[in-house]
Design a protein. Structure first.
Length: 393
């Protein structure tokens, strides 16, 4: 017998905690659609993101190390998949909605430009007189406007809960709404889970890539309390592990420590405040899916270390500076020659303006395609610019 949507909704009702979002109680979609026979609303959201072109392009977008410099470094896609797995684990343990958590996690980085955070900084600087550029807002723009797969509506027409969940910065601003419904001061617990899963996978996996690239040593890492805790856990679990595998199991222990901390902290907060609906989670006096103060303290120190030794390392920042110069030249070339942009980008110029259309066009590119366009227009033969001063890269 086929398992129907209604049966899935009944399973949600019997398993989920009172504070978790229910598919059957979704606030719906901006453009009404009939329901699916055997997929819930949030499952459809997840599948729409997975099948979108903007999601597939994440495979060729930089996470930290420029895409293509080595086969094993993480890309936006691998980071997204790893973060999603962590988010589902936390959601399941807290009896939150896994499908909603997964849909938010899968879509959270869709708005990233090519070349990682330095590419975002370059676009934000270029767009400073046009309300700037932010990858979180751009993710919303892709799923609500730019992605064109359906004849009946723009974007992916995802549920209100996913669209609100992607606005993690706007949720803290009083009065911000999506389709007439306030999205703050805090988000659904599923969005909070996706957010904290994003943080913890950064900390664990950027160490892994930094070590693989030769930017970090075990001696440096041992200076940090959170790493020492992870290393001790790994040693106790695998006392005779060969040195070649020690880093991998310590990274795994680092991730486990963070997950366990979030589960303990969040469970205590949820038990104390006892929210009986998603609305009560949003009105809570504090975040309910989060790290403990002690873990926050250790991770803040570790994050500063990663910035100094990985993100701002010359091996990374030199590539970042080159990427910024490339992005600037390419953007300004499109401004001067809008006719060479793609058909869909040109069609948006009358409504969105030339600068926003060019920004949207570049933000959707992969690292590889941006570089190909840069070479196609001969921009590599133009005089080199100086350092990209003032950009937060």
């Amino acid at each position: 017998m086929i398992h129907s949507r209604k049966e899935s909704e009944k399973q949600e009702e019997s398993f989920l905690a009172p504070y978790a979002a229910r598919s059957a109680a979704s606030r719906g979609r901006k453009y009404p659609e009939s329901q699916h026979d055997y997929r819930t609303e949030f499952q459809r959201d997840r599948d729409r993101v997975l099948h979108s072109r903007c999601f597939r392009r994440l495979e060729y977008k930089t996470q930290v190390f420029v895409n293509g410099t080595a086969d094993h470094y993480r890309t936006r896609l691998t980071h997204t998949m790893e973060m999603t797995a962590v988010g589902r684990t936390i959601a399941r343990a807290l009896r939150a909605n896994e499908d909603l958590t997964e849909a938010i996690a899968l879509a959270h980085d869709i708005g990233h430009s090519p070349f990682g955070h330095c590419g975002e900084a370059a676009l934000d600087d270029l767009m400073k007189n046009e309300k700037g550029f932010d990858h979180n807002e751009q993710s919303c723009r892709w799923i609500e406007v730019l992605e064109k797969q359906y004849p009946d509506f723009p974007g992916l027409n995802l549920t209100w809960e996913v669209r609100a969940g992607l606005r993690k910065h706007q949720a803290q601003i009083s009065g911000v709404e999506v389709d007439g419904h306030a999205i703050g001061p805090f988000q659904y617990v599923e969005a909070q889970i996706a957010d904290v899963a994003d943080d913890m996978t950064y900390y664990a996996h950027d160490v892994d890539d930094g070590y693989e690239a030769g930017l970090l040593t075990e001696e440096q890492l041992q200076d940090h309390e959170i790493w020492r805790l992870a290393a001790e856990r790994a040693r106790l679990q695998y006392p005779h592990v060969p040195a070649s595998q020690r880093m991998a199991i310590t990274i795994r222990a680092l991730l486990d420590l963070q997950v366990e901390d979030v589960l303990r902290t969040s469970d205590a907060l949820l038990s104390r405040l006892n929210p009986q609906s998603p609305a009560e989670v949003m009105r809570a006096p504090e975040r309910l899916a989060t790290f403990s103060p002690e873990m926050h303290r250790m991770l803040a120190a570790f994050k500063s270390f990663l910035f100094r030794n990985v993100y701002y390392h010359p091996a990374v920042s030199d590539d970042s500076q080159e990427a910024v110069r490339m992005m600037r030249k390419l953007f300004l070339y499109y401004i001067d020659h809008p006719d060479v942009m793609g058909r869909k980008a040109k069609a948006r110029i009358p409504t969105d303006g030339l600068w926003r259309a060019a920004c949207d066009y570049i933000s959707g590119m992969t690292d590889r395609y941006a570089f190909e366009e840069y070479l196609r227009f001969g921009l590599d033969k133009e005089p080199a610019e100086g350092p990209a001063k003032g950009l937060n890269i």
